[in-house]
Design a protein around this ligand. Structure first.
Ligand code: SF4
Length: 374
């Protein structure tokens, strides 16, 4: 939504003057465009689109086989947002301050024609004419085949999930006997086509793969890739999460520091989920994502749109806002924009802060990560 040159917070939702951008509206004319702010002053900067609820893995902390078995009813194709609908929502979000778009799932590379969607999104520009940062989070299983097409289409970055180098452990975690070697070679292909440095996400679960922390660090040291250790989270309602299964980031860093001395790095930007560390000997960077022990709700700038077009303002949400119905009901862009502004302006989410303070959190069934994307 736009405000004319000099206004402060207009009737169209609360915005921050300081973060305003300007977009040209004609010779010598420009309009101020400011990001949307929630009730805690957090700007909406990132949208994660889940483009499929399907996955070819059954990671025990995300899509346990017992729940997502052979008879699990995944969403029929006509229920999924089309590429045009995703691009429309992205266009309106980018016009309102969003700078990063991440495609997730399930496994996003299973969505047929994904490079075409990337190409449509890469046409978008921020109000001041900059390219939008488009990224994908994948399990790597199809990355080797699609990396070149995705890069060609305009993909900027890729994050690959890899929870262990030990085949037995990795296959017990993905629960479909998918080998480590195939993920590693896909990472090499992605690097070769220019999608590097690659971010590697390792979800650490005590008693399952925590013995592999140092081995993973050793493997990716000196490669230029950025290995991030993610604390096991109580996402959704099916992964049987218990606090005793969490290996805190502090413990992860201590284990690594014993073998490979590390020191902290500045954040790249406000709202970055990963806390950055570097090896003292110059062998590169690692990160920790500590939703359980060091919540980052205070600077959370992310919204998520599910595969069927519901907008969620928190990974641990129990309910969302149906934008698909509005679009298929023939609403205008202005109506969608007003809805987006209203949703974000009334956002109060801080689930991880509450969990950390062990205070009562919202009741109700949390949405599955495979449905709204991580
Ligand atoms: S718990 Fe919710 S509000 Fe907090 S950082 Fe995660 S997504 Fe953001």
């Amino acid at each position: 939504m736009v405000t004319t040159t000099t206004t402060s917070s207009s009737a169209t939702g609360s915005r921050s003057e300081s973060e305003s951008e300007f977009r040209p509206t004609g010779p010598g004319r420009k309009e101020r465009v400011s990001p949307l702010l929630d009730t805690r002053g957090r700007a909406l900067r990132d949208i994660r689109f889940s483009v499929t609820d399907r996955c070819n893995f059954r990671c025990v902390y995300c899509m346990p086989k017992e729940i997502f078995g052979r008879d699990y009813a995944f969403m029929p194709r006509e229920e999924l947002l089309s590429f045009e609908e995703i691009t429309r929502l992205a266009r309106i979000s980018v016009a309102n301050g969003v700078e990063k778009l991440r495609l997730t799932g399930g496994e996003p590379l299973l969505r047929k024609g994904l490079p075409e969607l990337v190409s449509m999104l890469s046409e978008l520009r921020t109000p001041d004419g900059r390219e939008v940062d488009i990224a994908v989070t994948t399990n790597g299983s199809a990355l080797g085949h699609l990396a070149a097409d995705l890069k060609q289409a305009g993909l900027k970055r890729v994050t690959v999930s890899l929870d262990s180098l030990n085949d037995e452990v990795f296959q017990s975690m993905n629960d479909v006997r998918f080998p480590v070697s195939k993920v590693l070679s896909a990472i090499d292909v992605a690097q070769e086509v220019g999608l590097g440095p690659i971010k590697i996400n390792m979800v650490v679960k005590r008693g399952l793969n925590d013995n592999d922390i140092v081995a993973m660090a050793e493997h990716f040291r000196g490669t230029g890739h950025i290995l991030r250790f993610i604390e096991f989270m109580d996402v959704g309602s099916t992964n049987g999460w218990e606090l005793r299964q969490v290996v805190s980031s502090a413990e992860v860093l201590a284990r690594i520091n014993e073998v490979f001395p590390i020191e902290p790095l500045e954040e790249n930007y406000s709202g970055e989920t990963s806390r950055r560390w570097k090896y003292k000997d110059g062998a590169g960077e690692i990160g920790v994502i500590s939703s359980v022990t060091q919540s980052f709700c205070h600077s959370c700038t992310r919204a998520r749109i599910s595969v069927d077009g519901k907008l969620y303002t928190c990974l641990f949400a129990t309910g969302g806002h149906d934008l698909r119905e509005m679009m298929r009901g023939g609403c205008s862009d202005e109506e969608l924009e007003a809805k987006l502004a209203w949703i974000w302006n009334s956002r109060t989410d801080r689930y991880s802060e509450l969990r950390m303070a062990n205070t009562p959190r919202q009741t109700g069934k949390r949405i599955e990560m495979s449905y709204i994307g991580g």
